[in-house]
Design a protein around this ligand. Structure first.
Ligand code: HMG
Length: 388
């Protein structure tokens, strides 16, 4: 039985901060960002956007294509959850009007949680092929102002429907994984922004890749040459380039620059202009590959490397399905990205300071142009609304 991603759709916020604007404000050479870390823009969420409204925006077009009452579980991966007890997925369940005969749970381990939720969903479908599982990976990456992480913010949500006989990609059984208790990036409960040991985090990422790869090859017998395209977790696109260089060196592959680029570049285009979306980032990269590859991907093997700081990593693969092109939502992804409104640095700061999970009794002005938004918080309860 084949199990994998039947439908996939991505959403991001309606605003962005250009790294050219950012560089001018900070008196830094813009090439540090465009070349040094390979980023051009960061999606910025207004105060009435959070992971629930982003997830609803990602999931709604996907649900229109199926009988939404058949969704048997929602697995919601995030590290920017909205409540310490109630899962973000239950807010989403209510907003989308899903069936009560559905289980909902939140997954957390930094950027790894999206891959964990996907793997859990495939296991559930293999055990019971009647399951139709909505996997959400949604995050808003936020660091302190004037820290090295500030240029690597962003946000996004990916919704994936996991079923048997999937129309987009079969996720192959078998994977390689690696866990190590390290402090490279973390966010204590009292903080709304992450703390990071930036340069150390890039080293731990690459070390985890080497270990996960070794485990993957031992477990599956698959080699580098069995894989056609490589998707990496992308905090910034230069990280994916460093990751692929590391893997190529480790396996001793001899690639031309054109071959190297073909294996990785299409999966970086969206991330370069969206920024880090933590748990969603790997899957934004996969969508970028689907939407931007000039090749027919039918039958091709795609690899996924998920890295979550702290740290947990996993390397796994999938096989693209015949006719996958018919169910892609490319036009909608492009429209959303292109229609974002640029922010001045001051406008970005205004959003930044008004977005705070400790806010109480607040009604948010309408900034979010999406179909769902966080309307306010009253008596410690969050209120969402459908806006169109
Ligand atoms: P930094 O100190 O701002 O920058 O930190 P830098 O001085 O290291 O420069 C960055 C690169 O730009 C360097 O290239 C410079 O040489 C180059 P590299 O040595 O890396 O190849 N550069 C220039 N290039 C061209 N023209 C110029 C120029 N100037 C410099 N004029 C850092 C960069 C990534 C550390 C910082 O942005 C940061 O801390 N980011 C947040 C942490 C992060 O994203 N870590 C990635 C790995 S961990 C991860 O992926 C997990 C994560 O997503 C969280 C989760 O799991 O939930 C973060």
């Amino acid at each position: 039985m084949k199990v994998g991603i039947d439908l996939i759709h991505f959403a991001t916020a309606d605003y962005y901060l250009g790294l050219d604007t950012f560089a001018a404000e900070k008196h830094i050479d813009v090439e540090k960002f465009t070349i040094g870390i390979g980023q051009e823009r960061m999606s910025i969420a207004p105060p009435d956007e959070d992971v629930v409204s982003l997830a609803a925006k990602a999931a709604a077009p996907l649900l229109e294509q199926i009988n939404a009452n058949e969704i048997s579980a929602v697995l919601f991966a995030t590290e920017t959850g909205v409540d310490q007890s109630k899962s973000a997925g239950v807010f989403l369940h209510g907003l989308l009007g899903l069936s009560n005969r559905c289980r909902v749970i939140e997954f957390k381990h930094a950027c790894y949680a999206g891959a964990a939720a996907l793997q859990m969903a495939t296991t559930m479908v293999r055990a019971n092929p009647k399951e139709k599982i909505l996997v959400i990976a949604a995050d808003i990456a936020k660091y302190d102002i004037d820290t090295s992480g500030e240029a690597t913010q962003g946000c996004g949500a990916v919704a994936m429907l996991i079923t048997e006989s999937p129309r987009i990609i079969e996720i192959e059984p078998g994977s390689g994984f690696y866990t190590d208790d390290v402090m490279d990036f973390w966010r204590p409960n009292h903080r709304t922004t992450a703390l990071v040991d930036g340069k150390y985090s890039t080293k731990v990422y690459l070390n985890s890749l080497k270990h996960a790869w070794e485990h993957f090859t031992e477990q599956t017998g698959r080699t580098f040459n069995d894989i056609d395209y490589f998707c990496y977790h992308i905090p910034f696109t230069k990280m994916a380039e460093k990751a692929h260089k590391t893997l190529v060196k480790k396996v001793g592959a001899k690639l031309t620059q054109a071959q190297f680029d073909a294996q990785t570049l299409p999966s970086q285009l969206y991330n370069r202009i969206v920024g880090n979306s933590y748990s969603a980032s790997l899957f934004v990269g996969f969508i970028s590959l689907l939407d931007n590859s000039l090749q027919n991907l039918e039958g091709k093997r795609i690899s996924f490397f998920s890295y979550g700081s702290g740290c947990v990593a996993e390397f796994f693969t999938g096989i693209m399905q015949p006719g996958y092109q018919k169910v892609l939502m490319t036009a909608d992804h492009r429209k959303q990205i292109d229609q974002r409104q640029p922010l001045s640095y001051q406008a970005y700061l205004d959003f930044y300071h008004k977005t705070d999970c400790t806010l109480e009794n607040v009604v948010f002005p309408l900034n979010n142009k999406g179909p769902y938004r966080l309307a306010g918080i009253e008596d410690h309860k969050r209120y969402y609304e459908k806006t169109n």
